[in-house]
Design a protein around this ligand. Structure first.
Ligand code: FAD
Length: 405
């Protein structure tokens, strides 16, 4: 007979741990199992600082066991499928797990293989990426070793987690080169048609790129890398035009990989046509399976995929799931909040906060389009503290924000 739990959470990352902790704070008697194979938990927003040499990977890595909330059962395995019609999760070991309620939050996978030649050269030949813990330290090595020439930073088509992270890497590297007198031609090539998804922040960020002398190439996305010959091939994706391939040489190439939900999610009945877990954008309840909820990067909600978004989604899922258990109306509504602390140069951050529809908001009563030292400090020290000590323990602080424009 299948092992059974009242609530099964798939994924013990930012979303899974925050939701479990939030649920258990509300009701310590709940029977919750967290399916999570990893023994370590990363503070992924810190990877940008690892790539910039201002922080170490060790500081961004903690033991998963430390964050499994008291009272929850940790099933240290990977899910390999979900059968929501039968209320079952399949585990990689072949075992199946029965649930009354499901919270699905396994994050997204990094699709390195969708860029031809990339898996063979990533981590060598000046090809680096802040997106994985294995590769972020090499970014810092590449930046330090760069003696001049062309440094290319790429951004694939959306959605990706932390859409601001590719340009953060470019700004910090350009700033480092300038401070060290290195003659660099810095390029930012992005598949999108504008530098940031929220118009309110676009002029300020265009000015930041210009201040660094960065050449921004829109609708241009990386399709192949030849590491040994230091050549990157891009496809220009102008609307209504035939895609055109252009190959450029590089001395440093920082790649942001395309991303998507794990295959078993894409193939499950939980997925929408794009492979993401289809939930109502406000209640975070599945649109077809009432006893299932999803949040975080694998969810279909059209917010910016960030830990900041998860911080506000987790209490909504916890509150709504409990209400369903108790036959009450849903108390929680997610407004699409996300925040992207853009490291515009060493010591300065522009913190872009916004909700659904690209409506700018801010938590602090400060002009959000300004690069600030205070925000650098908050990003470097305050936000990791908020993550490890507040969010992952199910506390719901700093969830208020006010409209800006
Ligand atoms: C370079 C970089 C910079 C970023 N910068 C910021 C930032 O400045 N601000 C910000 O708010 N956010 C930032 N983010 C994004 C943020 O880290 C993610 O949005 C957030 O972690 C999403 O939470 P999640 O729980 O959905 O996914 P994750 O935190 O990735 O967790 C998913 C979990 O699911 C587990 N899992 C995977 N497969 C399975 C399976 N088959 N079965 C069970 N479990 C599974 C994984 O092991 C993992 O623990 C950044 C991310 C990166 C990579």
């Amino acid at each position: 007979m299948a092992r059974s739990h009242q609530i099964v959470i798939i994924g013990g990352g930012a979303a899974g741990i925050s939701t479990a902790a939030s649920l258990l704070r509300r009701n310590p008697d709940l029977d919750i199992a967290i399916v999570e194979p990893s023994t370590v938990h990363y503070y992924q927003p810190g990877f940008t600082l690892v790539g910039a040499g201002t922080d170490s990977l060790e500081r961004m890595t903690r033991s998963e066991a430390r964050y499994i909330p008291e009272g929850a059962t940790w099933i240290q395995e990977a899910a390999s499928g979900v059968r929501p019609g039968d209320n079952r999760v399949d585990l990689a070991s072949g075992e199946e797990l029965a649930y009354e309620h499901l919270v699905a939050c396994p994050g997204v996978v990094l699709d390195w293989q969708r860029i031809e030649g990339l898996p063979d050269t990533l981590g060598t030949n000046g090809v680096c990426s802040n997106y994985a813990p294995e590769t972020a330290p090499y970014t810092w090595q590449c930046v330090q070793d760069f003696t001049g020439g062309r440094a290319i930073f790429t951004q694939p088509p959306m959605p990706i987690k932390c859409p601001g992270a590719p340009q953060k890497a470019a700004y910090l590297a350009a700033d480092y080169f300038r401070r060290h007198g290195v003659d660099a031609e810095v390029e930012f090539d992005l598949a999108a048609g504008k530098i940031f998804g929220v118009d309110f922040y676009v002029p300020a960020l265009e000015r930041v790129a210009e201040s660094h002398g960065i050449q921004v190439n829109y609708q241009d996305h990386l399709v192949a890398v030849d590491g040994a010959n230091r050549q990157a091939t891009f496809e220009a994706v102008g609307e209504g035009e035939e895609p055109e391939r252009v190959t450029r040489t590089f001395d440093l190439l920082h790649v942001t990989p395309p991303q998507s939900p794990p295959d078993w999610v894409k193939q499950s009945p939980l997925a929408n046509e794009n492979g993401y877990i289809e939930v109502d954008p406000t209640t975070l309840q599945h649109t077809r399976f009432d006893n299932a909820f999803a949040l975080g990067d694998a969810g279909s909600t059209p917010n910016s995929k960030t830990a900041a978004a998860v911080r506000l989604q987790a209490p909504v899922v916890a509150g709504n799931l409990l209400a369903r258990l108790e036959g009450r109306p849903f108390p929680g509504a997610y407004d699409g909040y996300a925040s992207c602390p853009l490291t515009t140069r060493y010591g300065k951050v522009l913190n872009a906060e916004f909700t659904y529809g690209g409506k700018p908001v801010s938590t602090l009563p400060l002009e959000p389009r300004k690069e600030r030292r205070l925000m650098w400090w908050i990003n470097r020290h305050g936000l990791p503290m908020l993550y490890w000590n507040v969010m992952l323990s199910g506390r719901e602080w700093l969830s208020g924000h006010r409209p800006r424009a």
